[in-house]
Design a protein around this ligand. Structure first.
Ligand SMILES: [Zn+2]
Length: 476
């Protein structure tokens, strides 16, 4: 099942938590946000540990980044924004409350379009709000089987942006596309690096039309979102088929076992108490808008249109290339020095394909200069398409210099003179095949081409060999 056969019956809404991990410091204290790979609990202070008496101070840059994201999602920016305390007790939240936004989110009423099988679907953004990340619970094995839990507060106080959609998505595939596009926009804005662990976490609401709504909490991998939704939809469909009522509940997605399990049902749903955070004053941010709007970079959709115009490349290529800022930058670098359409084919089709096959990212690819070199050799006829692919694969798997690879693997096509000599030899040595050809058996020509290819160790251009053979056979 891919969810697409369910058009009209599936309703999905997303709450996406993105760490603004390009900021230098946490949301309310001076601790660094660069904590990947650090020992647990080494990047903390009284504020982000929630010790009594420690006072939060708002990170101005985090507010600016949030406004920029709001603008990029066509949201209205709030006149005033305010923080609230959301009260609940949890081991990763030592204060007993989380500082978040409630009544006055920083941005609201936006839109984002995603591709939905040939057409563009407009997904409404209900709100974008700021909050602090809690600490991180580490379970041994799965959440269900772990005998104990460890807490790492390094993550506590990381600036988070929560993007909440209206229930406008109609399939798991659309949900995945929405998340990819949001990630892409955040990376274009340079406020977010989606490749870091835990940078993006998703809660998804899913229901079948007319049925109860189930919330799936804390899906932490990009692929997990689509898989969790597929699992949950088929679970609900099976219940419906058996005549069992789907109950409103919160479920946890178990990535390792690819299933969702009950966390709490409606009866146990917690009642948060929200009240205004007295240690942080309300902010008037509307006046910041014009200045920040002026600093917005070119965003993916605009870049895609520009690429189509400036480089005369197809919409499909432009789409693939601009769907990741690193790929777009890579392409611009190559297209500036080569034929842009040729560059588009080799970056969007071949390079992306080879990277996907290896489950790798463009940042693990070889430098654009090496791609330029390969394309120059291809354009001048030194290597064939097949040879160019071989150089690329060698660069991805072993690294090195494209020039050395072409030499050491004999990928340069042999000179025409050598090909001609080989053709002449083959004609002399295969009189029987030539008779067959002249008697009207065209497959004899293929046999002769094969002989020439063998003589040149496969380095001659088959089309050229074919031409030369026919020319010479006409004269004899
Ligand atoms: Zn701190």
């Amino acid at each position: 099942m891919d969810g697409d056969g369910l058009e009209g019956s599936v309703i999905i809404g997303l709450e996406i938590h993105c760490q603004l991990n390009k900021l230098n410091s946490k949301l309310f204290c001076g601790c660094s946000t660069k904590q990947q790979g650090l020992e647990p609990n080494t990047m903390t202070c009284p504020v982000c540990l929630g010790l009594p008496g420690a006072l939060p101070v708002i990170n101005k840059k985090a507010v600016e980044y949030s406004i920029m994201v709001g603008l990029a999602l066509s949201c209205e920016i709030a006149e005033h924004t305010q923080f609230y305390r959301k009260n609940y007790y949890y081991p990763d939240l030592p204060r007993g409350f989380q500082i978040t936004q409630y009544d006055w989110p920083i941005a609201s009423n936006g839109i984002l379009t995603v591709e939905a099988d040939g057409e563009e679907r407009t997904v409404r953004i209900r709100r974008v709000h700021m909050e602090e990340d809690p600490g991180r619970l580490v379970h041994q094995g799965s959440i269900e089987t772990s005998k104990f839990v460890l807490v790492d507060y390094n993550r506590s106080g990381m600036p988070l942006l929560e993007v909440v959609t209206e229930p406008d998505l109609r399939s798991p595939k659309e949900a995945r596309r929405f998340i990819n596009k949001l990630r892409n926009i955040l990376e274009y804005l340079d406020v977010f690096d989606g490749s870091l662990e835990g940078a993006l976490r998703v809660d998804a609401n899913v229901s079948l039309r007319g049925g109860a709504r189930v919330e799936i909490k804390n899906i932490s991998s990009y692929k997990g979102v689509e898989r969790a939704l597929l699992f949950e939809i088929s679970r609900q469909q099976n219940m419906k088929r058996r005549g069992v009522k789907v109950t409103q509940e919160t479920r946890h997605y178990d990535d390792e076992r690819n299933c969702t399990i009950t966390l709490r049902t409606k009866e146990q749903a917690e009642e948060y108490r929200y009240y205004p955070e007295p240690d942080l004053v309300p902010l008037s941010v509307k006046s910041w808008e014009p200045r920040l709007k002026a600093t917005l970079p070119e965003l993916p959709d605009a870049r895609r249109e520009r690429f189509k115009k400036q480089y005369s490349i197809s919409d499909d290529h432009a789409k693939v290339i601009t769907s990741e800022i690193r790929v777009a930058n890579y392409y611009e670098c190559v297209a500036g020095k080569c034929e842009p359409r040729l560059a588009a084919t080799w970056v969007a089709d071949y390079l992306k394909g080879e990277l996907n096959y290896r489950d790798r990212d463009i940042k693990d690819a070889f430098e654009p200069e090496k791609m330029i070199y390969i394309l120059e050799q291809l354009k001048t006829g030194i290597i064939t398409d097949k040879g160019a692919v071989e150089v690329m694969r060698a660069l991805l798997d072993e690294g090195g210099d494209p020039k050395d690879i072409i030499l050491s693997r004999n990928l340069a096509k042999v000179e025409t003179d050598i090909t001609k000599a080989a053709v002449k030899d083959v004609i002399k040595e295969n009189l029987e095949a030539i008779r067959d050809y002249k008697d009207g058996k065209p497959q004899a020509l293929n046999y002769l081409v094969g002989k020439v290819m063998k003589k040149t160790n496969g380095r001659a251009d088959p089309a050229e060999v074919n031409l030369l053979l026919r020319e010479l056979l006409e004269c004899t």
